[in-house]
Design a binder for this molecule. Structure first.
Ligand SMILES: Nc1ncnc2c1ncn2[C@@H]1O[C@H](COP(=O)(O)OP(=O)(O)O)[C@@H](O)[C@H]1O
Ligand SMILES: [Mg+2]
Length: 220
């Protein structure tokens, strides 16, 4: 089982500028993968396209040999809502909801808030926020907010976790904690983890490293 990209291209604007210039790669289930490259090299764009949050301009993306464009609405919703967790560079917590309510957000769509409440509490503990369930995001540090966003991304026990510079705004101690949590999930739940980072040490923890330069794979 894998995620496979074949000659994926992405252009923005009119006249179009090509931001991804034909990316082909395969990520096997259970892989632990870092994406590195200079600012503007296309890392976020690749992550959004790989995770089905954005469409490619051309090329193909397969999840377990099924072409994303062949999936019907129901299948694509199921993929996005239950199989994929995404941690954005800026966490996007809802400011009017508590920590616990933010973590439970993905359960709302499925009416599973009650069922998953224990799981949410467990995750909050796992990201070291026990006792802060009822705080508002504004009462947390940046590192704590990012950890809430990570707990939220993990609520549905996704098969795939995508993270766009999850440690970018954190000090090295908090960054290290998040990387360690990712490694734990990868090991214990066999979750495929794909993360963008600028940190050399964090990038090197990956078993597989994807390096982008100007919209293309380096050394490809
Ligand atoms: N929605 C968009 N519209 C126009 N240009 C975009 C858009 N998203 C990204 N770009 C451009 O694509 C290039 C790659 O962006 P991005 O994937 O965000 O790079 P990275 O994450 O590596 O910094 C940049 O030049 C950026 O300006
Ligand atoms: Mg980016």
């Amino acid at each position: 089982m894998s995620i496979k990209l074949i000659d994926v291209k992405k252009s923005f604007g009119n006249p179009p500028t090509e931001v991804l210039k034909g990316i082909s790669l395969e990520i096997n289930d259970g892989d632990f993968v870092s994406i590195v490259g200079r600012s503007g090299s296309g890392k976020s764009t690749l992550l959004y396209i790989m995770s089905s949050l954005d469409n490619a301009s051309s090329g193909k993306i397969f999840y377990n040999q099924i072409d994303l464009v062949q999936m019907n609405q129901k299948e694509i919703h199921e993929l996005r809502n239950t199989k994929i967790g995404f941690v954005f560079q800026f966490h996007y917590l809802l400011p009017e909801l508590t920590v616990l309510e933010n973590v439970l957000m993905p359960a709302r769509k499925h009416n599973l808030q009650l069922t998953l409440k224990l799981r949410a509490m467990e995750l909050i503990k796992e990201v070291d926020l026990e006792g802060k369930e009822h705080r508002m995001p504004s009462q947390l540090s940046g590192g704590e907010q990012q950890r809430v966003a990570i707990a939220r991304a993990l609520l549905m026990t996704p098969q795939y976790l995508f993270a766009d510079e999850p440690t970018g705004n954190l000090d090295s101690h908090n960054g290290d904690r998040i990387m360690t949590l990712f490694q734990k999930i990868n090991k214990e739940k066999k979750t495929t983890v794909i993360y963008v980072t600028h940190d050399k040490e964090f990038a090197n923890r990956a078993l597989k490293k994807i390096e982008l330069a100007d919209g293309a794979l380096k050394n490809a």
